[in-house]
Design a binder for this molecule. Structure first.
Ligand SMILES: *Cc1c(COP(=O)(O)O)cnc(C)c1O
Length: 339
């Protein structure tokens, strides 16, 4: 089977499983798991930030960050397509009781003008704006990368207004290998960063939340409250550490594969448009929106799985478990489908 539904479907390789099985472990709630500690130190150093916290998922890292930065009744500025709003089960309302200012932006991104326009003035009618949250790359934006200059402007404005800036960097490494901006440079722009280890990087479980010491100490308390205090978590953290050490640069390969799919899809008469591919996500918009499920079914006959991504939209995500020959085979199948 060739599974393009998500880059979360990757399975640990034999080499990754080896390090997991032999990882030294301890009780991480007592901060005594050497492998978790090593992962947290490695991630913090990689970003040039003070501390990191290993969590069970990207939803958990985002929700913890929101809970630490924002008081109930405060407001978060984010794009209406953002994962924190759209795909975290209403967690902003449920866990923190916060309000959201949703911006319609270009491919899931915010601009400095959005942030300037929607930060609330000091007036009793309005919720107090307490956080700006960006997503890079943007999932709903088809893997779109932020212009780093825009990030710098947003960051400078947030600093001047004492407004924390969070990055949902679930796929930050995909952006990084493409635009040549160093990880440490990204890190200087944000108060907190969430990075998924279980997507293109290939670990079976986990995300890291990275930030200043005081922020991470508070986050550790919130993680416990959210039920995320894990014990001998080194077994899974070892997979995350292996992923960070070995699987970053190779993301480039996934991007080359995504580009190949983009050009094939662009040549098909049943595809109206392909959202320009920046990284590992390919979103195709169909000429006839009613054919979407039909296409999913046709591809399934060839053992190719993709995902419906809204009305008349298909999503392909390339990752570690999709080889060059899988891409060649998929391109052959796409070319011969009669829709
Ligand atoms: C996948 C993803 C997350 C986290 O998802 P989990 O399944 O909870 O790990 C967060 N943000 C974005 C943009 C994502 O794509």
């Amino acid at each position: 089977m060739i599974d393009f539904r998500s880059d979360t479907v990757t399975k640990p390789t034999a080499a990754m499983k080896d390090v997991m099985l032999s990882a030294p472990v301890g009780d991480d709630v007592f901060c005594e798991d050497p492998t978790v500690n090593e992962l947290e130190t490695f991630a913090a150093d990689m970003f040039g930030m003070e501390k990191a916290l290993y969590c069970s998922s990207g939803t958990q890292t985002n929700q913890i960050a929101i809970n630490v930065h924002v008081q109930p009744g405060g407001e978060i500025i984010t794009n209406m397509e953002s994962h924190i709003y759209k795909y975290e089960g209403g967690g902003i309302a449920k866990n923190t009781g916060a309000s959201v200012r949703l911006i319609h932006g270009n491919r899931g991104r915010l601009t400095i003008d959005d942030v300037k326009e929607w930060i609330n003035p000091d007036d009793v009618h309005f919720p107090v704006t307490q956080l700006v949250s960006l997503e890079d790359t943007s999932n709903r934006g088809g893997g779109a990368i932020y212009d780093f200059e825009e990030i710098k402007k947003i960051s400078a404005f947030c600093k001047a207004n004492r407004l924390p800036l969070h990055l949902d960097g679930a796929r930050l490494m995909n952006a990084m290998v493409e635009n040549g901006v160093g990880i440490k440079e990204y890190a200087t722009q944000f108060d907190s960063i969430s990075l998924c280890l279980s997507k293109g990087l290939g670990a079976p479980v986990g995300s890291v939340l990275i930030g200043k010491e005081d922020f991470i100490n508070k986050s550790r308390r919130v993680r416990k409250v959210f039920g995320g205090g894990m014990r001998q978590a080194g077994i899974i953290a070892a997979g995350g550490l292996y992923a960070l050490k070995n699987n970053v640069i190779r993301l480039k390969e996934d991007h080359v594969h995504a580009k190949a799919l983009e050009s094939t899809l662009n040549s098909l008469n049943w595809v109206k448009e392909v959202v320009p591919v920046d990284t590992n996500i390919v979103v195709a918009i169909l000429e006839d929106t009613s054919k979407r499920d039909n296409i999913l079914g046709e591809l399934a006959k060839y053992d190719i799985k993709i995902m419906a991504f809204g009305p008349g939209m298909l999503r392909f995500v390339t990752h570690l478990d999709i080889s060059g020959s899988d891409i060649d085979r998929t391109i052959d199948v796409l070319n011969k489908l009669t829709i």
